[in-house]
Structure formats: structure tokens, C-alpha cells
Ligand binder design. Structure first.
Ligand code: MAN
Length: 349
């Protein structure tokens, strides 16, 4: 059952609303924003994906080279070694590349519908070899000592999780890769539990296991251990192929409420909920049988990569409400509200 109250103004941001940041490129997709509140405004840290304007018969895409400069690689579409069957990935002679290069771009709003850029907060680009295919899908955890950003770092050798700490989005402290490959979908809890920090993360284990949600603990948010798998995929269900955490969990009387994404073998991405024990977040108390949100609106069904609703950011708009921002069809940005008690009711608690 879809219980999301979609914003009638959806999509609130499209690629044509912004100008490309990288010279000579165009914005192909806006995806999966991190969300935070600062100076009375709502901020989205958009994942912006750019590539060169495509010419006939050629597929071209940007990467950072060893000097940290953008370089454009090109393959002929008739090349028998080219696999371009997935709009997101290029396979060529055993090596995978991404069709676009992503970075994180801040926009802010007073009404949550009209977003604008603010020159005081700069975009965040990938840096160094381990981010040479870009950075993606940032979660922003808001804590007493500032903002903690977890995001996907992509390069020819890895998909892993990077961490940045900042107090004001001007001075950034890059803490490096905190979860090594293959790992993504990392979201930090915004407060300590029993004196420890906790995080969700999503390693992939191709031979045994799969793409499952794990929880780890840390004394300092940089070093992580005591990993436990808390949610696997479920055969025959909407989340049969992959699952991953959204943003930080919401503290409720019944437990930590986490909105997560699940996809099936056809890459249809929906959202569901997990309820975790307040004292021991590795203990799952309940989990959605049916999605709480599915790609049903036209802008969620068709686009760069259709049939996708994917969220990694929200803020609490009231005692019982959260407003999520989400990427639809890997192309446009939307928002929707949920009642926390309505989600808990679907979990039968
Ligand atoms: C998948 C998709 C892409 C993403 C890559 C690397 O292929 O989620 O959107 O760019 O992984 O993270």
C-alpha cells in the first residue's frame, strides 16, 4: 500500500533547472539528495550527474584523470566490445565505467518547493583516484558537533563509502573511506546509543549472501566494527534483489524507524520500513511486508532509469510527520510526506 503524500508540485527539480558545473557538459540526471536544515532553510545536497552532449554513433563520458582534471573517454557504439545495455554503466573489455560523473550540489529553499543555489555553499566534487568516477547519494546526519556526510565513492577499483565532517559546509574535513568495497547506502544514526555510534551500511557479497543491510558500531564515527546483518532480501517479494538504508533513522516511542529502499530483479525500486530496538539497533522488531511507497506516478515510472523511487534524505516537519526528498526515475527530484504513526500501523506495532 502506498501511503506517501506526494507534493502536488512534483517534480520540484529537473536537470534543466540548473546549469552544468563542468565546462562542456550537460546535466543528464538529478538524483537522490541528502537533506539538512541550516539557517532556517531546507537544503538539498543533490547528486548531479553530468556527461558531454552525446554525438551520433559515439558514447562519451567524463572521468577524473591522475592530475584530477576532467577527461572525456569515447567509445564507438558499433564497437563489438562495448556493452551499453544499462543506461547507468558502460562495460568495455572487462572494465566497467559510469555513463555520467556525479558530484554533490547544494540548493536551498524557504518553502520546500522553490530551490535556488546559494554562492556561500559550494558544490562538493570527487577528489583523488578513489573518487575518480564521482561521488553519489549523500546522506547528511545532523549532530551536535556539525554535519556528517556519508556518500558513495566510485572509481575503477571500488565502490565504497566516504565520510566528510563539516560545521558550516565551507571547511570540509575529508575523513576518507570508512567502509571498503563493495559498499554503499551508509547512513549514520544522529545520536549515540549506550555510548557508541551506529551506522547502516550495505556491503555486497556476490558468492554467498547478497545486497543486505548491516549495522556497525564505532567509538568515533571513523573506525567501524562489530558488523551485523539486519535485513536480507526476500525471495518473491518487492525487495527480492537488493535492499539499502535511506537516511538516519527516526527515534519513535516504538523504536528506531528506518525508511529503506528495496528492488526486485526487474530493478523496480520501492520504499519500505524497518523498526529497530531503541537500545540495541541490531535487533529488528518489525519490517514492511508491502512497500510504503512504489513508483506509481508518471515521473516515477519513466525517465533516465524508470520505475525508481529512491530516498536518502528527510527532515521532521512535525511530531508525527517526516518529509522525504527523493529521486524519481534517476532523473528528477520530488518530495512526499509520511505520517510516522501511519507507517508504524503498517508494521502492526
Ligand atoms: C549502480 C547505479 C548507478 C551508480 C553506480 C555506482 O550502477 O546505482 O546509478 O552510479 O551503481 O554507484
Amino acid at each position: 500500500m502506498d501511503i506517501a503524500k506526494r507534493n502536488p508540485a512534483n517534480p520540484i527539480l529537473r536537470p534543466s533547472d540548473l546549469k552544468a558545473c563542468i565546462p562542456g557538459m550537460e546535466i543528464t540526471c538529478l538524483l537522490n539528495p541528502g537533506v539538512f536544515r541550516m539557517n532556517g532553510k531546507t537544503w538539498l545536497l543533490l547528486r548531479v550527474a553530468e556527461r558531454p552532449i552525446q554525438e551520433n554513433g559515439v558514447i562519451s563520458f567524463p572521468v577524473y584523470n591522475e592530475k584530477g582534471e576532467i577527461e572525456v573517454l569515447r567509445f564507438s557504439k558499433d564497437d563489438p566490445d562495448l556493452d551499453a545495455s544499462d543506461p547507468r554503466v558502460i562495460g568495455y573489455k572487462g572494465q566497467n565505467y559510469l555513463t555520467t560523473l556525479s558530484y554533490l550540489r547544494p540548493v536551498c529553499s524557504d518553502d520546500d518547493v522553490h530551490f535556488r543555489e546559494d554562492p556561500s555553499v559550494k558544490p562538493i566534487f570527487g577528489e583523488g583516484f578513489q573518487e575518480s568516477f564521482g561521488i553519489e547519494d549523500c546522506r547528511v546526519a545532523t549532530m551536535e558537533d556539525g554535519f556528517w556526510l556519508t556518500f558513495t565513492e566510485v572509481s575503477p577499483v571500488a565502490v565504497g563509502v566516504g565520510l566528510i565532517h563539516t560545521k558550516d559546509f565551507n571547511a570540509l574535513t575529508r575523513e576518507g573511506m570508512i567502509f571498503p568495497p563493495h559498499n554503499k547506502d551508509c547512513a549514520l544514526f544522529e545520536e549515540k546509543i549506550g555510548g557508541k555510534w551506529y551506522a547502516f551500511h550495505r556491503p555486497s557479497s556476490p558468492e554467498l549472501g547478497g545486497n543486505y543491510i548491516w549495522v556497525a558500531e564505532s567509538p568515533d564515527r571513523i573506525h567501524w566494527g562489530r558488523h551485523k546483518c539486519i535485513a536480507t532480501t526476500r525471495r518473491g517479494m518487492w525487495d527480492s534483489a537488493r535492499v539499502g538504508a535511506g537516511a538516519a533513522p527516526v527515534r519513535t516511542e516504538k523504536g528506531w524507524l528506518e525508511i529503506y529502499h528495496g528492488a526486485n530483479a526487474e530493478n523496480r525500486y520501492c520504499l519500505g520500513a524497518l523498526l529497530l530496538d531503541l537500545e540495541d539497533p541490531t535487533k529488528v522488531l518489525a519490517r514492511s511486508e508491502e512497500p510504503i511507497m512504489e513508483p506509481v506516478a508518471p515521473y516515477e515510472q519513466t525517465g533516465f532509469f524508470g520505475n525508481v523511487v529512491f530516498t536518502n534524505g528527510f527532515y521532521r516537519t512535525g511530531e508525527d510527520t517526516v518529509k522525504i526528498f527523493y529521486g524519481a526515475s534517476d532523473e528528477v527530484i520530488c518530495s512526499a510526506e509520511f505520517s510516522i504513526s501511519e507507517i508504524l500501523n503498517t508494521l502492526h506495532v
